[in-house]
Design a protein around this ligand. Structure first.
Ligand code: NAP
Length: 285
């Protein structure tokens, strides 16, 4: 049996459309990761072989002052990791490009983590807990995750909401670079991984996963708005700016683009170009 945690996340919603075998899928109503004592109690109700963790405290700005980021992304996750270790369950966990400082770009799995904001720090600590306690795990670090769904931490949905007001001036930072990743692509990747999990030897347990390409926020925004304007017959404009324009609380890493070759080679997965992946997602809007 597979259990998916983080029911209403954009990733889990894409994943459940793909997985054909029986699954349990739990939301924060059923399992709250701040309620440490209850985590094992809830998970023990199911005979799990694999747990896929899509939950996270994902609000980068709020994480600068809200201790829930550490409670959920580190301590709550550590409880899940210990439960998996004790019960010989495979843990598949999603982490983030924000564990890097952004000074390098095109990051590979052996590059050292050096987060510069609290969201990144909490996620990096979560990775360490899994590595400390679990034997059979896969950590997939992804970046700039978006989908066709109406979810909070979803750049495409945010831009669609603004764009539908029409004739808007939208601004994108030229000095923030990363690898956009469609939740549909990541769900495809996890599905491919699940197909080989029974025979996998876990010699490699940490992977990067993004769609192919490395672009600025401005370029990503420009492409999104071009397609939304066409699809919905709108006339929004896009302008380049700098990250400082947005007056954000949390420092943002400059270039966190990921190199995902190791995942593709290990699991024989064909990655998609980011523009193609974006097209497919926009078709679903
Ligand atoms: N969004 C991005 O740009 C991005 C980038 C890189 C990496 N990631 C990583 O990718 C993974 C999936 O992200 P996503 O964007 O799909 O997530 P999302 O849509 O923001 O959803 C977050 C999920 O976390 C759950 N959650 C929040 N607080 C919780 C708590 N106290 N106890 C239990 N569950 C709680 C929510 O519960 P409910 O199901 O009850 O709503 C929700 O399912 C995360 O690990 C994230 O760190 C995301």
């Amino acid at each position: 049996m597979i259990t998916i945690l983080g029911k209403n996340s954009q990733l889990a919603q894409c994943l459940i459309k793909k997985i054909k075998c029986p699954i349990n899928i739990l939301s924060s109503n059923e399992i709250d990761f701040r309620d440490y004592n209850n985590i094992e109690v809830v998970l023990s109700k199911f005979s799990n072989k694999i747990i896929i963790n899509c939950f996270a405290f994902n609000d980068v700005e709020d994480a600068e002052s809200n201790q829930d980021a550490y409670k959920i992304n580190h301590i709550g996750l550590e409880k899940v990791a210990k439960f998996c270790a004790k019960n010989n369950i495979v843990l598949i966990h999603i982490s983030t490009d924000f564990i890097f400082d952004g000074n390098k770009g095109h990051y590979i799995e052996t590059d050292p983590a050096n987060p510069i904001n609290h969201y990144g720090k909490s996620k990096a600590l979560g990775e360490l807990s899994i590595q400390k306690y679990c034997r059979k795990y896969i950590i997939l670090r992804t970046s700039w995750l978006y989908s066709h769904l109406e979810t909070k931490n979803n750049f495409l949905f945010k831009i669609k909401t603004l764009a539908l007001e029409d004739k808007k001036d939208l601004f994108g930072a030229e000095d923030i670079v990363g690898s956009p990743t469609s939740s549909l692509s990541l769900a495809d990747g996890i599905y491919k991984l699940l197909e080989s999990i029974d025979t996998y030897d876990f010699s490699l347990k940490l992977f990067h996963f993004s769609d192919l390409g490395s672009v600025s926020r401005f370029t990503f925004l420009e492409e999104i708005v071009k397609k939304l304007n066409l699809k919905f017959n709108l006339s929004n404009s896009v302008h380049p700016t700098q990250n400082s324009y947005f007056n954000l609380i949390a420092p943002r890493p400059y270039n966190t683009s990921l190199n995902s070759s190791l995942f593709s080679e290990t699991f024989n997965f064909r990655s998609q170009d980011w523009k193609k992946a974006l097209n497919k997602t926009i078709e679903l809007l």
